[in-house]
Design a protein around this ligand. Structure first.
Ligand SMILES: Nc1ncnc2c1ncn2[C@@H]1O[C@H](COP(=O)(O)OP(=O)(O)OP(=O)(O)O)[C@@H](O)[C@H]1O
Ligand SMILES: [Mg+2]
Length: 356
């Protein structure tokens, strides 16, 4: 969450510890930009085993991380610069405006201010901030406040420690989403909707280089799409998961949809519609709060961004150009990776590109 400073490291590692998959990206710093050295995406739940969000134990990460670092031939002790992130209920990011304050007064004033805006109890709060701009006319400061709880940070560092890793920087998911976008897209104007579609949640960020920052998490992701398929097509978890990976929202051409008209079909909305509704609601809120409706594009990232048919569905329903975000504009790709640009890596790439 710190401002971009001069980069001292030569190589860096970004780790995105998702509830479903661990994503690790290893970058080499070039004079300008970065080069991808290697990456790994590894599910923490075996294929075919039902992923139950409330039922996942933190112990499962250790062995997965150890294994990934072995595969990537990285010695955890030798990592120069390691950046990770945390997300979920006990994290929050808010853009606020305050009167101009000198550095030495800013921190305590912001802590006080944060308590008003952020629902984490004061004694447990870990606060970070970034001054976005100082308005010339009013001298007011626009500040991005990020907060997490000590408990969450401890749990996260404990997980990494079991694999012999110690992070140099722990970011907040939604800020890492914005950073990845900022570092890997050519945008100057307008407002963008960024969706990091994971397994059990989606980080939504509405932001533009000159626009107000807004973020919230939506409680839907790949898990919900698999459940929809199970319900709609009367399938077991594994079969539904395979169907999802192959056809996504589309019908299997060899086996056209057989709809079972159960009660659930009528009362429960399909996940794609629930997501679209949340986007629309947030856009309305954004227009009201920020007085800005210059929306240009929706970018999808995360594993569920690969769901077939989703980009088109969102484009049509939200009525904005929508595309999958490939976070590699400023990352040189060696030949062997050239066809493997993967939106599931967006967060990890952004993290590895962070300064100290
Ligand atoms: N090709 C694909 N098509 C559709 N869904 C996919 C595809 N590949 C992966 N997924 C889904 O993406 C999800 C995992 O994505 P990701 O790694 O971004 O989630 P996560 O970070 O582990 O989860 P969360 O952020 O919710 O904790 C899973 O639900 C998986 O089924
Ligand atoms: Mg995730």
């Amino acid at each position: 969450m710190k401002k971009q400073k001069s980069l001292k490291f030569k190589e860096s590692v970004g780790i995105d510890l998702g509830s479903h998959s661990v994503k690790v990206v290893h970058l080499k710093r070039l004079n300008e930009g970065f080069k991808l050295l290697n990456y790994e995406i590894r599910p923490t739940v075996a294929h075919g085993v039902e992923y139950i969000p409330g039922d996942l134990r933190p112990e499962r990460y250790g062995p997965v991380l150890v294994d990934i670092f072995k595969t990537l031939r990285i010695n955890p002790k030798r990592v120069q610069h390691l950046v990770t992130s945390v997300g979920g209920d006990n994290t929050s990011i808010k853009q606020i405006k305050t009167i101009f304050l000198p550095d030495e007064e800013l921190e305590s004033a912001l802590f006080f201010e944060a308590k008003k805006h952020i629902a984490i109890s004061g004694s447990d709060m870990v606060l970070d901030y970034q001054v976005l701009s100082v308005e010339e006319k009013t001298n007011n400061m626009n500040i991005l406040l990020g907060a997490t709880s000590k408990e969450l940070i401890n749990e996260h560092t404990n997980i990494l420690q079991t694999a012999g890793l110690a992070p140099n920087l722990v970011d907040i998911d939604s800020l890492a989403v914005a950073n990845s976008f900022m570092l890997n897209a050519y945008v100057e104007e307008g407002v963008y909707v960024l969706l990091n579609l994971g397994a059990h949640r989606t980080n939504m960020v509405i932001w533009g280089p000159e626009a107000r920052f807004f973020s919230r998490d939506i409680p839907f992701g790949g898990y919900n799409f698999t459940r929809d398929i199970m319900r709609k097509r009367s399938m077991e978890w594994e079969q539904a998961e395979n169907y999802k990976l192959e056809f996504g929202l589309l019908d299997d051409p060899n086996n056209p949809e057989v709809r079972t008209l159960s009660m659930l079909d009528i009362t429960e909305k399909p996940t794609e519609e629930a997501i679209v509704e949340e986007i629309r609601r947030s856009l309305r809120f954004y227009v009201k709060e920020a007085g800005n409706s210059d929306f240009r594009k929706v970018y999808l990232m995360g594993g569920t961004a690969k769901l077939k048919g989703l980009t088109e569905f969102i484009a049509e329903k939200v009525n904005l150009p929508t595309e999958v975000f490939l976070p590699f504009i400023n990352v040189e790709m060696p030949e062997k990776f050239i066809d493997k640009k993967d939106p599931q890596l967006a967060l990890a790439v952004g993290l590895a590109m962070r300064a100290e």
